[in-house]
Design a protein around this ligand. Structure first.
Ligand code: ADP
Ligand code: MG
Length: 249
């Protein structure tokens, strides 16, 4: 059965993973709309990173379903999930320090099928144009020839986001993208995310509540692998269950 009528990009239903009997994610359901920026918050160990690991195929679920544009991701390999249009950024940046910004982005440009001869030139130009466009989006157009090693921590985070954007995913998942960033870098990252969701959906894990308030369409609060609360930031932060969990820490 197809679910073409569904307006959701991603449908996570009753997702569960058990590590030796410990349920790190427990019967979790949530739904992501097109152009939504969903923020997942929750105390350390709540299962936030594990949720992204399950969606991107890095960790195998015990049960449940993850449907992306009507396709079941839980039966797919990690590379197939990337190919289907799901990009994932991990907590620590992993750009190539010895390569320039240009080369890092070029390397991430989706590989076409063997194109040779007269067409190579046109492909090269298309790649250069796209690299430049992405570099502008991620505030690194003046650093195209800079080696990764010389970028600030924040710039490395942006570059890694750029390396995902160049693959044009429909769903982008970011694990604590502003950790370690300066206030100015955080503000630029918020602007970046707002631009990114014009063309796709984003799931962000984040602790910085000011940042969350700035960017979130909706917030999902996780606690011990389960959903504690969900809705607008306003609703979630006034939810007595959420207040109890955060104050109880
Ligand atoms: P968060 O990102 O919310 O801080 P995690 O998703 O990293 O939390 O972890 C949730 C819980 O699951 C933690 O108790 C963690 O130790 C456990 N966990 C995560 N991955 C594994 C694994 N591969 N094997 C066993 N336990 C794991
Ligand atoms: Mg985590």
């Amino acid at each position: 059965m197809t679910i073409e009528n569904s307006s959701f990009v991603l449908e996570v239903e009753k997702l569960t993973v058990s590590f030796d009997g410990f349920k790190a994610v427990d019967n979790l359901s949530f739904y992501i709309e097109p152009n939504e920026c969903r923020v997942i918050i929750g105390p350390n160990g709540a299962g936030k990173t594990t949720v992204l690991d399950l969606i991107c195929g890095r960790t195998k679920a015990t049960s449940g379903s993850v449907s992306f544009k009507g396709r079941e991701l839980l039966s797919m390999r990690e590379d197939q999930i990337v190919h289907a249009g799901v990009g994932r950024k991990f907590q620590t940046p992993s750009v190539y320090e010895d390569l320039t910004v240009f080369e890092n982005l070029e390397l991430s440009y989706p590989k076409g099928h063997g194109v040779f001869g007269a067409l190579t030139f046109r492909r090269d130009q298309a790649v250069r144009d796209r690299v430049r466009e992405i570099a502008e989006t991620i505030f690194l157009v003046d650093q195209l020839d800079e080696k990764g090693a010389f970028l600030s921590h924040g710039q490395k985070q942006w570059l890694e986001i750029g390396m995902l954007l160049i693959q044009d995913p429909e769903l982008l998942m970011l694990d604590e993208p502003v950790a370690g960033m300066s206030v100015a870098e955080r503000e630029k990252t918020a602007d970046l995310l707002k631009r990114i969701i014009e063309d796709r959906s984003v799931i962000v894990i984040e602790h910085d509540m000011g940042f969350v308030e700035n960017i979130a369409s909706r917030v999902t609060v996780l606690h011990q692998g389960k959903m504690l609360s969900e809705g607008s930031m306003e609703r979630v932060k006034n939810d007595p269950k959420v207040i109890e969990v955060y104050l109880g820490h």
